[in-house]
Design a protein around this ligand. Structure first.
Ligand code: ACO
Length: 437
């Protein structure tokens, strides 16, 4: 619900055109917004904001970020408390239904998700059409889009029951699909879900068991993976979430909209950064390790080099990403549990972080570690191949995408998303016959 503010903004023009009064709305926390919906109708002008640097594309009750403080809330709860006290499925319930489940709601929700984890047997034949060396994100984009071909009975986005079943199916089936795309890539048989395990324990078993040898989930590693899921579950109107909203605004089915989110997430400036961050650490390690950090930082600072410190910087956080702090802690736990406390990549990451946090280039630009800086080291220690990192991010973010999509569709004011533009191309001109061009 948007609360009008007593304050109004006035937009005036230096050419004598009539000025316009614009209403403001207040957020429950965070910045107010200036409502420009009537701007074009009244002035014939658009606003210009490529990259949405100053534009709120919607109102939402799901996630709040204070980038200056380094604060992240899901439905009002601080991420630190959720990461320490809840499991991923409780967080899914929170994001989808608006609050943490009580005991009874928890049992019901876990059961619903557990009994949707199998995928239609035919999906494996669809998967088998891919090359074995395909990137898992290429496969996941296809598989998630293909769900709409397998689950026709939950594709009407305007039907709340369809939306709920699609939500349960997507949350439940993503681990199965990610594990299948991994098994296919390494040439191992698919492992079916096992209902006696937790959501995350089941995912790890589907990843690491084989028909010849079962996988006993290690509690520390399952907890670490579950935390990765919680930390990545939602992040308000980021690129992939905005993609899901825009795609879904046409009324397309939820599976198609989420597939668009998976495709967007793949990019190295977004979800692909965890893969890129680990590759960067491995490159530095190969080329001399800690000794070579100075040289690497010099390249990062060189404007002609296009080298970036991956896992650093964020559009919204101009302070330490709270998820990065939790991930750093998890990284310690996992490496200790596996007897890898001397892991050279972790040491390199900590040294790199220390130097960057003291360097004026990073300090003046408010560039701090983001969640991806440490999540790659954790996943690698668990045994997840680097090429699967972004698919795991997609698995975790699916719940956020669905919550945001359902919020948009349920809003009576929602309209198809249709940005406008400043046209700077050719003025009207005539097509000349080919011989005269
Ligand atoms: N390394 C070096 N310089 C950087 C970095 C970085 N990681 N990030 C930003 N900068 C510099 C820019 O070059 C720019 O410098 P300038 O003012 O001299 O031109 C300044 O800092 C501001 O950066 P922008 O790119 O304008 O910031 P923007 O908000 O557009 O980009 C982004 C944010 C894309 C995340 C960027 O910081 C980046 O590319 N980081 C590395 C990739 C990464 O880790 N992405 C993960 C994001 S978190 C997530 O998706 C879960």
């Amino acid at each position: 619900m948007m609360t009008p503010s007593d304050v109004k903004a006035t937009l005036s023009f230096s050419d004598g055109s009539p000025s316009m009064e614009l209403p403001l709305y207040k957020g429950s926390v965070g910045p107010d917004v200036i409502d420009i919906r009537k701007l074009y109708g009244q002035t014939g002008k658009f606003t210009y904001d490529p990259g949405f640097l100053s534009t709120a594309s919607c109102n939402s009750t799901i996630t709040y970020i204070d980038g200056d403080k380094g604060e992240l809330l899901y439905r009002g709860y601080p991420i630190e408390q959720l990461a320490q006290n809840c499991d991923f499925l409780e967080v899914c319930h929170l994001l989808i239904y608006g609050d943490l489940p009580n005991q009874e709601e928890r049992v019901k929700f876990v059961k619903n998700i557990t009994y949707h984890t199998m995928v239609n047997e035919q999906m494996q034949f669809f998967l088998r059409g891919f090359r074995r060396d395909a990137h898992p994100m290429a496969v996941m984009t296809g598989l998630v889009g293909a769900l709409s071909a397998f689950y026709h009975d939950s594709t009407d986005v305007h039907n709340p029951q369809h939306r709920e079943i699609a939500a349960h199916r997507l949350i439940a089936k993503m681990p199965t699909l990610v594990a299948m795309s991994y098994k296919y890539g390494v040439g191992q048989p698919f492992i079916y879900p096992k209902n006696s395990l937790s959501y995350t324990g089941n995912f790890m078993r589907m990843m690491f068991a084989t028909p010849c040898e079962d996988y006993e989930p290690n509690e520390v590693l399952v907890r670490a993976m579950d935390r990765i899921f919680i930390l990545h579950a939602d992040h308000e109107q980021n690129a992939s979430t905005s993609t899901v909203r825009l795609c879904g605004s046409s009324g397309t089915n939820p599976f198609a909209a989420i597939a668009a989110g998976v495709a967007c997430l793949w990019g190295p400036a977004h979800g692909g950064a965890n893969e890129a961050a680990l590759q960067m650490l491995e490159d530095i390690q190969r080329n001399g390790g800690v000794e070579k950090i100075g040289e690497f930082i010099k390249q990062v600072k060189d404007k002609n080099s296009s080298v970036k410190l991956m896992g650093f910087g964020h559009r919204v956080y101009k302070n330490y990403d709270p998820r990065a702090k939790l991930m750093r802690e998890t990284c310690h736990e996992v490496l200790n549990a596996l007897g890898l406390h001397d892991d050279p990549l972790f040491k390199l990451a900590m040294a790199l972080e220390k130097i960057a946090l003291e360097d004026d280039y990073f300090v003046s630009r408010k560039l701090y570690p983001n969640v991806d800086f440490y999540s790659g080291i954790v996943q690698r220690a668990i045994g997840i191949p680097v090429s699967l990192f972004t698919a795991i991010f997609a698995l975790a973010r699916t719940v956020g995408w669905i919550a945001q999509l359902n919020e948009m569709i349920g809003d009576p004011e929602y309209k198809i998303g249709r940005p406008r533009q400043l046209y700077v191309g050719a003025a009207p001109r005539q097509v000349r016959p080919i011989g005269e061009r």
